[in-house]
Write a protein that binds this ligand. Structure first.
Ligand SMILES: NC(=O)C1=CN([C@@H]2O[C@H](COP(=O)(O)OP(=O)(O)OC[C@H]3O[C@@H](n4cnc5c(N)ncnc54)[C@H](OP(=O)(O)O)[C@@H]3O)[C@@H](O)[C@H]2O)C=CC1
Ligand SMILES: O=C(O)CCC(=O)C(=O)O
Length: 482
C-alpha cells in the first residue's frame, strides 16, 4: 500500500476529500499512485493563499526569482531519468520521449530564470513638454493553470515558470488522468525557497477544481491547454466573471504536412512518421493530414506503410519501443470510432488500425494510415488525437496549399520539398502559428513562441520571452518633475 500523495496549499501538504488513481496505460494492472483529490473549499483555500502571497512575491527581486527558478531547473535536470520513467509510466510516452519531455521542462525553468533578470522597462519623452513617460510590466496576480494529460510536465512547466518569473502566484490543476508528473514537479517547486502560497497544487476534476478557478473573482488569469470544447467554456467563464479574467487557450489541431514531388523521400517519410505517430499521435501539433502531390504519392504511401510496419508498439518502458499505448480507454474508444468513421466515409485503411495484444493488458493500437481520403471527410476535419493519419492526394503545390489551409484549425503546418521557391511561399502563406520545412510539425523548441491561429489558439503566445504578454500587464506612468 503506498501513501496517498497530498495537495500543496498555502505552504502545506494537505489531505483531500477523495482519491484519484493513476493507472499505467501500458499495464492497467499497475497502479502508478494515488493522489488526494481537492474539492471546491480546498481550491478556494489555494486561491486565498495565492492571493495573500501575491503582494510580497510581486515585489520580490529578480535575484530571488532567478535563484528559485534556477534551483527548480537544476533538480529537474538532475532527475530527468527517474522523472522521465514516471512520465512514461503514467502517460504512455516511450521512455526516451518521457526523459526528453522532462529535460525540456528543466530547460524551460532555466530559460525563465534568466528571463527574470532580463525584464526591464522603457522610458521615453511625452508629446507634452517636460513630462517623462515610463513603461513597466507588472505581474497580473493569481493565475490558474489548467493543463492536459498529453504533456504532463512540459506544459505545466511552460505555464508555471513564466508565471513565477514575472511575479505572479499560481494555483495549478494538472489533468486528473496523469497527476504524477505534476505532483513531482510541485515537490521540486516547494524545495526551491519560494514563500508559502506562491505556488499551490490542487489535483481534482475539471468540473470541480477547474470550475472553481474559473468562477473565483480572486483569480486574475487562466492559462489553459486542452480540447476546443473545454476551451470555449473557459473563454465564456472568463468573460462572464466579475472582474473579467485574462485568458489564453491552446487547443486542438488538424495539422497538415505537404509532401511535394521534389521532396527527398526518405526525409519526407521520417518527418511524416515522426510528426503523425510518435508520442502515439497524442500531440496537438501532430500531422494528421498528409497532403501529397501526384508524382510522389504512391512511393510515399508505400514507404510510410513499410516504415510503420517496422515500428514496435509496446510497453512504454521497454527498450527499443517506438510507440507506447494510447493514454486510456476513452481516448482509445475515440481513436477506434474515427477509424470506423474513416472507413465508412470511403477512405482506404492502407495500414494498421488494429488493437494489439502485448504481454501486459494495455491500450495498444497499431498506427493507422488512411489513403484515398479527401479534405471534407471527418477524419480530415476533426481532431482525433491518436496514431491515425490520412493521406490526401493533391494535383500540385497550389492545390496542396489550398487543402492545407482549408481547416478550422491553425496550430502547426509543414512542407517537405527541395524547392526554395515552394518552401518560402508555404512559410508565407500557410495559415498556422508554426510552420516547418523538412521537419515534423510536432516537437518544437522551448525558447521561441508556441501557439496557433484560427480555432487552435486564443490569446497571447506561450513560451520564450513572448510569454510576458500573458503573465504581465503594462503600466504607463507619466511624471511631471515640476
Ligand atoms: N491541445 C491539446 O494539447 C490537447 C487536446 N486534447 C483534445 O481533447 C480531447 C479530450 O481530452 P480531455 O482530457 O478530455 O480534454 P479536456 O479539454 O477536457 O481537458 C483538459 C484540461 O481541462 C480540464 N477541464 C475539463 N473540463 C473543465 C471545465 N469544465 N472547467 C475547467 N477545466 C476543465 C481537465 O480536467 P480533468 O482533470 O477533469 O480532465 C484537464 O485538466 C482529446 O481527445 C483531444 O482531442 C486533449 C489534451 C490536450
Ligand atoms: O509538439 C510539441 O512539441 C508540443 C505539443 C504540445 O504542446 C501539445 O501537444 O499539447
Amino acid at each position: 500500500m503506498t501513501a496517498i500523495l497530498k495537495n500543496f496549499i498555502g505552504g502545506e501538504w494537505v489531505d483531500g476529500s477523495g482519491v484519484t488513481r493513476n493507472i499505467n496505460p501500458s499495464n492497467t494492472n499497475d497502479l502508478v499512485g494515488e493522489y488526494a483529490k481537492a474539492d471546491k473549499a480546498q481550491t478556494e483555500k489555494a486561491i486565498a493563499a495565492a492571493k495573500a502571497a501575491f503582494p510580497a512575491w510581486a515585489q520580490s527581486t529578480p535575484q530571488v526569482r532567478y535563484d528559485a527558478l534556477n534551483k527548480i531547473s537544476t533538480e529537474i535536470l538532475a532527475r530527468k531519468e527517474e522523472l522521465g520513467k514516471l512520465l512514461a509510466r503514467e502517460e504512455g510516452k516511450t521512455l526516451p520521449e518521457g526523459i526528453g519531455e522532462v529535460a525540456r521542462a528543466g530547460q524551460i525553468f532555466a530559460f525563465f530564470a534568466g528571463e527574470a533578470l532580463r525584464l526591464i522597462g522603457e522610458k521615453g519623452a511625452s508629446v507634452r513638454p517636460g513630462i517623462d513617460v515610463e513603461l513597466t510590466r507588472e505581474p497580473v496576480g493569481v493565475v490558474g493553470m489548467i493543463t492536459p494529460w498529453n504533456f504532463p510536465i512540459a506544459i505545466p512547466a511552460w505555464k508555471i515558470a513564466p508565471a513565477l518569473c514575472y511575479g505572479n502566484t499560481v494555483v495549478f490543476k494538472p489533468a486528473e488522468l496523469v497527476p504524477g508528473s505534476g505532483h513531482a514537479l510541485a515537490e521540486i517547486i516547494t524545495r526551491s525557497g519560494i514563500p508559502a502560497g506562491v505556488f499551490n497544487l490542487v489535483v481534482g476534476s475539471g468540473s470541480v477544481v477547474g470550475q472553481t478557478l474559473l468562477e473565483h473573482p480572486d483569480v486574475a488569469a487562466i492559462s489553459f491547454t486542452g480540447s476546443v470544447q473545454t476551451g470555449r467554456k473557459i473563454a465564456q467563464a472568463c468573460v462572464l466573471s466579475n472582474p473579467m479574467k485574462k485568458f489564453q487557450l491552446e487547443m486542438g489541431g488538424k495539422n497538415p504536412l505537404v509532401v511535394l514531388d521534389d521532396a527527398d523521400l526518405k526525409t519526407a517519410v521520417e518527418v511524416a512518421v515522426n510528426g503523425a505517430y510518435f508520442s502515439t499521435g497524442q500531440r496537438c501539433t501532430a500531422s494528421s493530414r498528409l497532403i501529397v502531390t501526384e508524382g510522389i504519392h504512391d512511393r510515399f504511401v508505400a514507404a510510410v506503410a513499410e516504415r510503420l510496419n517496422s515500428l514496435s508498439v509496446d510497453d512504454a518502458l521497454k527498450a527499443g519501443v517506438h510507440i507506447g499505448p494510447v493514454v486510456d480507454q476513452s481516448q482509445l474508444d475515440q481513436d477506434l470510432r474515427y477509424i470506423k468513421i474513416g472507413q465508412d466515409e470511403g477512405a482506404k485503411l492502407a495500414f494498421g488500425g488494429e488493437l494489439l495484444k502485448r504481454e501486459n493488458p494495455g491500450h495498444y493500437l497499431q498506427p493507422a494510415l488512411f489513403t484515398e481520403a479527401n479534405n471534407n471527410m471527418r477524419i480530415a476535419r476533426e481532431e482525433i488525437f491518436g496514431p491515425v493519419a490520412a493521406v490526401i492526394r493533391a494535383k500540385n503545390y497550389e492545390e496542396a496549399l489550398a487543402i492545407s489551409n482549408d481547416t478550422e484549425f491553425g496550430l502547426a503546418s509543414g512542407i517537405c520539398t527541395s524547392s526554395l521557391k515552394y518552401a518560402s511561399h508555404y512559410k508565407r502563406n500557410s495559415e498556422s502559428g508554426m510552420v516547418m520545412v523538412n521537419l515534423p510539425t510536432a516537437g518544437v523548441d522551448y525558447h521561441v513562441p508556441f501557439g496557433g491561429r484560427k480555432g487552435s489558439s486564443y490569446g497571447a503566445r506561450e513560451q520564450g520571452s513572448y510569454a510576458r504578454e500573458f503573465y504581465t500587464t503594462v503600466k504607463t506612468a507619466y511624471t511631471y518633475p515640476g
